[in-house]
Design a protein around this ligand. Structure first.
Ligand code: F58
Length: 842
């Protein structure tokens, strides 16, 4: 073994001096102060909250690094199948709170910080979110990393180290303004590995040469080289020493290529410009959710990251000196949407061009290695790359794509002779002008399993975008893994008091690693003290949010009011417009009431949050309408506490941790059939809030689990959407009468310049109402009426909340990972020696 090659004396010395990390409050203070004084070169006299954060983070980082090294060593020795999760987005949020809870030393650190004169919550809030993602897809990847570490899977994440994450949103005069998010100023959670770099090639040309065996091989030459440098981020599991790795690639001018010619000849500017061009590849995260722009730089990002990751994975496999045919027994690669599809082509290129395998042998390995997760059926979000673009940037890869396609179509033709239409429909190449590479087809053909992210969504992909592929491959290639969320961050971290209350009833924190244990909570539905404390916790969470809203927007909201929250990316299909039009309807209703009638009404706070893609004009209009309505309603003396409308600026993971525990109702109201799953619906219910929602995505399974009396469903069903759209187009469109009144108010200037909202209103009245806002309006308003009524009976409401939480076990991301491991990866966990490690919860 590697160990026995090192002399015993040396090993003993190493063991003696090996870093241990702190284990007590005292030692934590020692370490934090040491880091503040020496690592940061600060003293007691200039130690502010940021320095206190840095010292604390560095102390905990030491703890993580020790286990991280051990985990990596253990995984190398164990030599079992590894899982690689390829995602262009990892929406991690803050790391320190998570590290403290996973290490089990948060209480000690809190006490230590107090002695040093700091408050834990203030210190935690100094950390900048790692916002390397847009929305659900990126956050899902982060939850999966947490689950894989917690469940001891030997698993790595691979992504890009964007210099700028998702932009920071400012609301200026009721409009969204984007500000760059430069988050790397001080980031103690990443480790640059300047020794781990990979040369990545772009452009150039392909020629064929004959090798020593007389075989013709493709050779890709010329073009340019950019370096990929690895930055590693430790991912600690909860209640286990397992600490996995997230490897993010950063682009840098190639050391070999850096233009010394230019440099030496005095063209300093030119050589720096080259340097910057290389760095541009990993500079920014594309800020679109469910929309593809087809920019060349985006394709460069994708190949850069796929090629670096594949090189790394193959290098690790080759160390084991095993036969290539065993590759799929040692490596599982999961593709988070089609963004990493080039990895399929890259592995085929490595095996055929560089390692000399035959085409079929290589392709077999490829298919058995990859799994592909689809996250959308919406046509505008399906990735396509123009053939000329790919030809220029990745000439050899395009050849491989054509070869894969030719062989695939041959197989189809054999199975279904003379069905030309079928061939056209399933071809990887779309015969448009210019021709396009359909990445979802390539990902499907190059993987052994394709999964959707909720039952309805998986059914829809089988019957719509992948219908022909089901015919060709049979149904077994297509499966469902309903999304989940990590209860560590979304219950224990975001809602510590609720987590503690639950633990006190269930006799410990086991539910955090087996969420189905929550079902025992139902036996406490008659426990008055328990219910009272539950209610107090919800109220305290609402008070906290009210204070945050007061501080950041100046609006006072009554924490006793019903908090109605919709926070997610702004998109027409998610229908924030339905929500705000409903709010206007409520406002008009209140205005028309007598003072006596008003007294009977339950006060409401409508809270919105979320970013619009910078180029998505309609989404920005929706934000503006919400703000404009807030301006009017919040000042209206007739309304008072009965209705407040708030826009929370710059919604992100750390803000979600404040918002999620504070809802009474949250809105998940997408047009049926459009939201693949949704995951915030799960977060809100797990935190004791109820849902108003459509029969869409995971709402359907949430309903099945918690019972239909515990959710407020409304609206048309997915199966009827197509007919309704058709009817809008060909029949006469009938605007809902209540919605018509709302539009009159907008058009009369009640919320300022009506011209600003014209396109939004017209999209519903004149342009087909694609998202069925009018069709669902009456049902939506009526359901909100039911919510008002239900909220008046606080006892019954509370019972719904507790019952729902107790039935949420299914929605843990641990269950997802189990399912992926079992049905797609065929991978096993690698528990640390002795199993449990005796970590405390705190
Ligand atoms: C989301 N997709 C789905 N895409 O919309 C949501 O229903 C689902 O719960 C979630 O994935 C997890 O499965 C999503 O967030 C993106 O953000 C992409 C970013 C890159 C461009 C294409 C959309």
């Amino acid at each position: 073994s590697v160990e026995s090659s090192i002399p015993e004396g040396q090993r003993a010395a190493w063991r003696k001096h090996s870093a241990q990390g702190f284990t007590t409050k005292e030692q934590f203070e020692d370490e934090a102060v040491r880091h503040i004084e020496t690592t940061l070169a600060r003293s007691l006299f200039n130690c502010d909250e940021l320095a206190a954060y840095s010292g604390t983070a560095l102390a905990f980082r030491d703890r993580l690094v020790i286990e991280w090294n051990r985990t990596q060593q253990r995984q190398s020795f164990a030599d079992q199948k590894r899982v690689y999760y390829l995602s262009l987005e990892f929406l991690m949020g803050r790391a320190m709170d998570n590290a403290m809870l996973n290490v089990g030393m948060k209480d000690a650190a809190r006490a230590g910080l107090n002695e040093l004169g700091f408050n834990m919550e203030d210190v935690i809030s100094q950390e900048h979110d790692a916002a390397l993602g847009n929305g659900g897809l990126g956050r899902l990847a982060a939850c999966f990393l947490d689950s894989m570490a917690t469940m001891n899977f030997p698993a790595w994440g691979y992504g890009l180290r964007y210099r700028y994450g998702i932009f920071k949103q400012e609301i200026v005069d009721g409009f969204q303004v984007e500000v760059p998010d430069y988050w790397l100023d001080f980031n103690p959670w990443e480790f640059p590995r300047h020794d781990v770099t990979v040369d990545i090639q772009f452009y150039g040309y392909v020629s064929r040469k004959t090798d020593e065996n007389g075989k013709s091989v493709a050779v890709w030459e010329g073009g340019e080289i950019v370096d990929a440098v690895a930055f590693d981020v430790p991912i600690p599991g909860y209640g286990t020493p397992t600490t996995n790795n997230l490897r993010l690639w950063s682009s840098q001018a190639s050391k070999g290529e850096f233009d010394f010619q230019k440099f030496n000849s005095g063209n300093y500017e030119g050589s720096v410009a080259d340097q910057q061009r290389a760095e541009t590849i990993s500079a920014v995260l594309y800020p679109n959710e469910n929309f593809e722009t087809g920019k060349e730089l985006r394709l460069k990002q994708q190949y850069f990251w796929c090629a670096a990751s594949l090189f790394d994975i193959v290098r690790r496999f080759k160390k084991g000196k095993k036969a290539w045919s065993t590759f799929p027994e040692n490596v599982a690669i999961q593709l988070n949407d089609t963004h990493p599809t080039l990895a399929i082509v890259e592995l085929q290129r490595i095996l055929v061009d560089l390692e000399g395998l035959g085409w079929d042998e290589a392709w077999n390995i490829v298919i058995n290695t990859f799994g592909y997760t689809n996250h959308t059926v919406m046509p505008e979000a399906l990735e396509k790359w123009s053939v000329p673009l790919m030809q220029n940037l990745l000439p050899r890869h395009l050849q491989i794509v054509y070869e894969v396609n030719a062989r695939f179509l041959q197989m189809v033709e054999k199975k279904f002779p003379k069905d030309r239409d079928l061939l056209t429909r399933v071809s990887i190449i779309e015969e448009t002008q210019p021709k396009m590479v359909r990445m979802a087809h390539l990902a499907t053909i190059g993987s052994h399993k394709v999964n959707g992210v909720a039952e309805l969504h998986s059914d829809l992909i089988r019957t719509t975008i992948f219908k022909d592929f089901v015919t060709i491959y049979g149904p077994d290639k297509f499966t469902n893994v309903t999304n989940g969320i990590t209860p560590r961050r979304w219950l224990h971290q975001a809602n510590p008091r609720l987590s503690e209350l639950i633990a006190s009833k269930l006799g410990g924190y086991d539910f955090l690693t087996d969420l189905t244990k929550l079902n025992k909570l139902e036996t406490f539905l008659d426990d008055k003290a328990f219910k009272k404390e539950w209610q107090e916790i919800k109220y305290a969470n609402k008070v906290r949010l009210a204070q945050y809203i007061q501080k950041t927007t100046g609006v006072s909201v009554n924490p006793k009011a019903l908090f109605d929250i919709q926070v997610k990316r702004i998109h027409e299909y998610k229908r924030q417009q339905l929500n705000i039009l409903g709010v206007i309807h409520r406002y008009l209703t209140i205005k028309a009431m007598s003072p006596e009638e008003r007294k009977k009404l339950a006060p409401r706070v409508s809270i919105f949050g979320g970013k619009a893609a910078p180029g998505y004009w309609m989404a920005k209009t929706i934000i503006h309408l919400v703000c404009a309505v807030g301006e009017v309603v919040n000042k209206d003396k007739d309304v008072g506490d009965l209705l407040k409308v708030v826009y929370v600026e710059d919604y992100n993971v750390s803000k979600a941790e404040i918002l999620t525990p504070a809802s009474d109702i949250s809105e998940h109201i997408s047009t049926a059939g459009t939201e693949a799953s949704g995951t915030s619906n799960m977060k809100f219910v797990l935190n004791g809030g109820l849902v108003i929602g459509t029969c869409d995505g995971a709402n359907i399974e949430i309903t099945r689990e918690i019972g239909d009396s515990n959710i407020f469903l409304f609206g048309n069903l997915a199966e009827d959407v197509e007919d309704l759209r058709h009817a809008h187009h060909y029949g006469s469109f009938q605007l809902d009468p209540d919605l018509a009144k709302v539009f009159s108010a907008i058009k009369s200037g009640t919320f300022g310049d009506a011209g600003r909202f014209a396109a939004l209103c017209d999209s519903i009245t004149d342009h087909g109402d694609y998202y069925l806002v009018s069709d669902d309006f009456a049902s939506y308003i009526q359901t909100h009426g039911l919510i008002d009524e239900a909220f008046k009976d606080q006892d019954a409401w509370l019972e719904k909340c507790i019952t729902s939480v107790s039935r949420m076990g299914f929605f843990s991301s641990d269950r997802c990972i189990d399912q992926y491991a079992e049905e797609i990866w065929n991978a096993e966990p690698l528990p640390p020696d002795g199993g449990a490690n005796g970590k405390a919860n705190g």
